[in-house]
Design a protein around this ligand. Structure first.
Ligand code: C2E
Ligand code: MG
Ligand code: MG
Length: 777
């Protein structure tokens, strides 16, 4: 809010309130003004009678007219029904000024005329005392409009002073000087009065503004507020307080005591009697304090926060806040932070803390407990095939079964995903833990009915027994290691932690660290092994096989690298490197030779597998028809529609797909039929005992079936001429791969080998491929 200036003439920025007050001040003392008018005109008439001067009579007439005009204006002003608007105020001001000026001119003219044109001392005295009195009256009345009064004073007294001086006699001149001094003093007094008046007005307006702001703030704050004076009586209470305490309007009269207010709160049923007494004693205590009450009773679950603040000169301010929602939200957040939202079981953090606490209690006491780490088998498949909502229901069902089978003193938590942990307290021997683990595996493996689906899963359990001084973290780590072992042992079983497990895990951890470094340091290398076309004897394709030249371990087999890289999620980066490197290497080979790259299931199911392949072809410049991607049956197992789509898109790019290691997994013939595959690689395990009839018949059957479905057939692992002869006699097997032709060799060597086999031998003296004389022309 803009407030008026402290002193001086009110200007454009003066608030409407101030402007109205100033105008009002001009009219409020109308009685002295009207008396002045009457007496002025009367005095003039007396001088006119005494002197008989026509000029003076003319002045009397002018004074009467001025008096009538001013009286009329004052009467109209006071007859107004509503406070003046801004425009009205300006108009009234103008009327007042016109009236005042006319009267001042009339008075000045009368007095100066009497002094100049008559020699009657009585008349002189009358007119001089009348103008002097009018001037003094005006100073006390017209302080609201400074310049109006100054002009008025000049018009009344200016001609008088001049006329006195013009008479020229020493006494009149002296009188003129005295009157001038009087004029100056009166103007000064009026200016002072004006300043004081303005200050008072501004202070009043500021006070009103502050009171308004305070009132707005008080009644719009979310807290309830009560202020009690030093005498313990209510000074202020806002609406929020009476609303929260449900107080009737008449109970909130100013001056009621704190105990009356609290009694009213209790009577309205907003707070209990006990809370009331506590609150009253805090108010009387006059000490800063916070307090939370549950009012009016625990059943209503309403939490009120009371703050008591003593005031400087005695008395207190009481602030009241309804914190029910905040408390509920805090309780919910704290619950969410400690419990799993889905199963309502304690979560990892909660479990970890609770176990820490229980172990601390057991410290130094000869008691045995077990920690069982439970992991569901095949849960992922349920999630993938039936969808996440079913997966969620399954997890809830598992949580329910676990809860049912535990004793009250045991503790179960969900660690996230399909991992649950049980803390079995106070047992006698390992056998008790084994018994519980067995029961858990059996119970969780029983069928579940979820949304009309019958679901079967399994469970594996890792067990760690407590030992003196063991920490919660160690116990969890050990149980996790034991679980890893249980899963490796074929799942659906349990396993106790043993010390050597830690070493295995440690070794794997080092391998993981090494692998990460290896990728960054480019310690990997690709070896290539040819696939030979049985009819032409030429190398049709070379398979890229990963090798790791470890500075300490020596050459590490891909069989050790790939599963770890998959677990670490490193396979995607590694696979990308392999694909690009292999494509670039193939560009250095004769055009008729393709490259085959192995894709692990994880790599195959990454979202942008297509763009990875496209990019590798683009950067290397390799035509798509010279790239073969080898996938295993496990890649086809997951998300079959998506897999089908990816394979079709790769096929439409021109890339060929080989089904690797056929015969080691499910060996599902439906895969051969349903997916767009161009090549089947029959695993070398088919060659075992091939010299007997049954395996050979089986191999030939699979080979014929695949050939009939339009696929090329490769037999892997050919080591002897006899094996080659056996697989190639009926003509269905198109290509062969194995040590008989070549072991996997480094890139430089495969280049030499290819040049040799395609008639461009770079080292003619040493053939690099063992080519069976019968089949390779
Ligand atoms: P695979 O794709 O079936 O590769 C053939 C494996 O059989 C190679 O083993 C090869 O050296 C071996 N082999 C070839 N001919 C014979 C033979 O006559 N006798 C015997 N005993 N073995 C033979 P390697 O190089 O140790 O690779 C093993 C597996 O590791 C591969 O099987 C493949 O599944 C995987 N692998 C290799 N490199 C990569 C790769 O770059 N990426 C992915 N994802 N997996 C790879
Ligand atoms: Mg392969
Ligand atoms: Mg294979």
């Amino acid at each position: 809010m803009q407030l008026a200036k402290q002193s001086g003439e009110p200007d454009q920025q003066t608030s409407p309130y101030l402007r109205a007050a100033l105008i009002d001040s001009l009219f409020e003392t109308s009685a002295p003004m009207l008396t002045g008018l009457v007496f002025g005109a009367g005095a003039a008439a007396m001088t006119a009678l005494k002197t008989g001067s026509t000029l003076i009579w003319a002045c009397v007439a002018l004074l009467v007219v001025a008096g009538v005009v001013r009286a009329f204006i004052v009467q109209r002003y006071h007859a107004r029904k509503s406070p003046p608007t801004v425009e009205d105020a300006a108009r009234w001001k103008k009327y007042h000024q016109i009236g005042a000026m006319i009267q001042a001119t009339a008075l000045g003219t009368w007095c100066s005329a009497t002094l100049l044109f008559t020699d009657d001392a009585v008349a002189h005295m009358i007119c001089l005392s009348t103008t002097t009195g009018t001037l003094a009256l005006g100073a006390g009345r017209a302080y609201g409009r400074q310049w109006v009064f100054q002009l008025q004073a000049a018009l009344i007294y200016g001609p008088t002073v001049i006329a006195l001086a013009l008479r020229g006699t020493p006494y009149y001149v002296a009188m003129s000087v005295v009157c001038t001094a009087f004029l100056v003093a009166v103007l000064q007094i009026s200016a002072n009065l004006h300043r004081i008046f303005m200050q008072a007005l501004v202070a009043r307006e500021r006070e009103a503004a502050l009171a308004g702001q305070f009132d707005t703030a008080l009644n719009n704050m979310p807290h309830g507020l009560c202020m009690f004076g030093a005498d313990g009586r209510l000074a202020v209470m806002n609406h929020r307080f009476s609303e929260m305490m449900n107080l009737p309007d008449d109970s909130v009269q100013g001056g009621v005591s704190a105990s009356d207010i609290i009694a009213a709160c209790v009577a309205s049923g907003s707070i209990s009697n006990a809370s009331g007494s506590m609150i009253l004693s805090e108010i009387e205590n006059s000490q800063a304090r916070d307090m939370i009450t549950t009012d009016p009773d625990a059943a209503r679950n309403r939490s009120l926060s009371w703050t008591f603040q003593p005031m400087a000169g005695g008395g207190a301010v009481v602030l009241l806040e309804d914190i029910t929602e905040r408390r509920d939200a805090e309780a919910k957040i704290s619950h969410l932070a400690r419990y799993d939202e889905l199963t309502e079981l304690p979560n990892r953090v909660n479990f970890r803390n609770e176990i820490g606490r229980l172990l601390a209690i057991q410290q130094g006491v000869d008691r045995l407990s077990a920690l069982l780490f439970v992991d569901l088998d095949q849960f992922k498949q349920v999630n993938d095939t039936l969808g996440h909502p079913c997966g969620d229901q399954l997890l809830c069902a598992v949580a329910g079964r676990l809860r049912e089978m535990l004793r009250p003193e045991d503790f179960v938590a969900r660690f996230g995903g399909d991992e649950f942990v049980v803390f079995q307290q106070d047992i006698h021997s390992n056998e008790d833990a084994a018994g519980l683990a067995r029961r858990i595996v059996d119970r969780l493996s029983e069928r579940y009915k979820i949304d009309n689906h019958l679901v079967e899963i399994g469970a594996s359990v890792g067990i760690a027994m407590t030992s003196p001084g063991v920490s919660a973290d160690t116990l969890l780590k050990n149980a996790d290691m034991a679980l890893y072992r249980a899963k490796a042992d074929g799942r659906g079983t349990f396993c106790f932690f043993r010390d050597e497990m830690a070493q295995t895990v440690e070794a794997r951890r080092t391998l993981e660290l090494d692998l990460r470094k290896a990728l960054a340091n480019e310690e990997f290398e690709l070896f290539y092994q040819p696939l030979v076309n049985i009819k032409s004897g030429k190398i049709a394709t070379c398979e890229a096989l990963l090798r790791w030249n470890h500075p300490v371990r020596g050459t590490v087999s891909p069989i050790d690298i790939i599963p770890v890289a998959e677990d670490m999620g490193l396979i995607v980066d590694l696979g990308r490197w392999i694909l690009r490197k292999a494509c670039m290497e193939c560009m250095k080979w004769p055009e008729a030779v393709s490259v085959a790259v192995n894709f692990s299931p994880q790599q195959f199911h990454q979202r942008d597998v297509l763009s990875e392949v496209r990019y590798a072809l683009e950067v290397s410049g390799l035509p798509a028809n010279r790239l073969e991607i080898e996938i295993t049956e496990s890649s086809l197992l997951r998300n079959t529609q998506l897999t089908h789509d990816v394979l079709s898109q790769l096929h439409s790019l021109g890339v060929r797909i080989s089904l690797d290691d056929f015969g080691t997994g499910y060996s599902s013939l439906s895969y051969l039929h349903n997916f767009p595959l161009q090549k089947v690689k029959i695993d070398r395990s088919f060659l075992e005992g091939i010299d007997t009839d049954r395996p050979l018949t089986l191999l030939r059957g699979v080979a014929r079936l695949s050939a009939d479905l339009g696929m090329s057939v490769v037999v892997e692992g050919i080591e002897t001429n006899q094996q080659l002869e056996l697989v190639s006699t009926d003509g269905t097997v198109t290509e062969a791969q194995g040590y008989l032709f070549s072991r996997p060799v480094p890139a430089v060597r495969i280049r030499q080998l290819l040049n040799a086999s395609h008639g461009r031998r770079s080292t003619p003296d040493e053939p690099l491929v063992v080519v069976p004389s019968r089949s390779i022309a």
